[in-house]
Design a protein around this ligand. Structure first.
Ligand SMILES: *Cc1c(COP(=O)(O)O)cnc(C)c1O
Length: 392
């Protein structure tokens, strides 16, 4: 199976069939499992086999299919699915850290990731040093013997800044730190973080993996040792389990993940080019444009600009709001990776709680719009943005 290409793996990997030989992956909506006899129950609690389950908080056949499929995509030995992306980020970090440990993290983070690194870890005696993720000298200066983990988003929200995964992994591994990458924005299709040196990759499967904005989910991918010995005991005893129903939805989503991400990225490039040529747009941030400051790194690391385009409209918040309110196709929301295009105003929503100076340092200006490109026709999206820009 390991020599299958991505699209084949996404359709078939992890499938388990019952005695009925069903074609579609079955949804096992059950919290528990009946044992044939008391001896079997005892034996399973001592050691459960691959096809043996105890309780859905620990594992479930549908969830297991999702975990095996994503592990096959990532190229990791194993994976553990969680109730949300945040349960995955929290679980990956908290399960491996203890008081007195040191972590280095990129500063530009998804709001809830920042909460875990800034608030939660400190409360339990873990010291976190924040760095500018794109500046390798800062990573070099921050790691030290005793640094247990480094954490970063391979592509940041909302300013689409990249971290050089291979370079940071080398710096981290020199002091024995575990490299944990939130790969959500870059997507599992474009970012091969593990082959570039990441030890653990986390996803919010709520985003591209679901792909239709239906259900929350998350996953931690890594070695068997990390997933089953470090993360699983923490996750299964603290209740991070994904609903089998959500795992089933995300398993279905994976079938078309490669097709969707590539179609969205193709459209995103066209949208970015059209925006860059528009007189009312002050700046476009899209890694596949030559104007992106890390264009070369993006092409080497991802081979694509991804599915999000961030741009700054001239005229600040007022113009940004007028533009968003005039959009007829894209919805105003804050998810991403959805089949439906989504416009987000980070300064007043996802990043609202940040103090102004932090918004300034992260480049979250009043005119900034994050645009998650969906599966609509690129020409229609450009026409819609063009008519909306006329009102801005
Ligand atoms: C959405 C997101 C998360 C959190 O995922 P949920 O499924 O909403 O809990 C974490 N990191 C990044 C980069 C995200 O975009």
């Amino acid at each position: 199976m390991s020599d299958w290409n991505i699209r084949t793996k996404l359709v078939h990997e992890g499938t388990r069939r019952s005695q009925y030989g069903e074609m579609a992956e079955a949804l096992y909506l059950t919290q528990g499992f009946a044992y044939p006899d008391a001896e079997a129950a005892e034996a399973r609690f001592i050691k459960a086999g691959d096809d043996e389950f105890i309780y859905a908080r620990y594992g479930n056949p549908t969830t297991r299919m999702f975990e095996e499929r994503i592990a096959a995509l990532e190229g990791t030995e194993d994976a553990f699915a969680t109730a949300s992306g945040m349960a995955a980020v929290n679980g990956a970090l908290v399960s491996m850290l203890r008081a007195g440990d040191h972590v280095v993290s990129a500063r530009a983070l998804f709001g809830s990731c920042l909460y875990i690194l800034e608030e939660v870890l400190g409360r339990y005696g873990v010291e976190v040093t924040f760095v500018d993720g794109a500046d390798l000298d800062q990573w070099r200066a921050a790691v030290r013997p005793g640094t247990k983990a480094v954490f970063f988003e391979s592509m940041s929200n909302p300013t689409l800044e990249l971290v050089d995964i291979a370079a940071v992994a080398k710096i981290a591994h020199a002091v024995g730190a575990t490299v944990i990458v939130d790969n959500v924005f870059a997507t599992p299709i474009f970012s091969k973080a593990v082959s570039q040196g990441a030890d653990v990759v986390v996803y919010s499967s709520t985003k591209h993996i679901d792909g239709q904005g239906k259900a929350l989910g998350g996953v931690i991918c890594g070695t068997k040792e990390f997933v089953r010995k470090v993360a699983e005991p923490y996750l299964k005893h603290t209740g991070a389990a994904i609903s089998p129903f959500n795992a089933w939805l995300h398993l279905q989503g994976m079938t078309t993940l490669d097709l969707r991400c590539r179609a969205m990225a193709d459209a995103a490039l066209k949208v970015a080019q059209a925006l860059e040529a528009h007189e009312k747009v002050a700046k476009v941030i899209y890694p596949a444009l030559a104007s992106h400051p890390q264009h070369a790194l993006a092409m080497a690391q991802m081979g694509s600009g991804g599915t999000l385009v961030t741009f700054e409209v001239k005229g600040g918040k007022e113009a940004a709001f007028r533009l968003m309110n005039a959009l007829e196709i894209a919805k105003i929301s804050n998810n991403l990776g959805d089949a439906k295009s989504i416009a987000t105003h980070p300064a007043t929503t996802t990043h609202q709680r940040l103090p102004q100076e932090q918004k300034d340092s992260l480049g979250i200006t009043p005119g900034l719009i994050r645009f998650s490109v969906g599966l609509e026709d690129a020409g229609d999206l450009i026409a819609d943005l063009t008519q909306a820009l006329a009102t801005a």
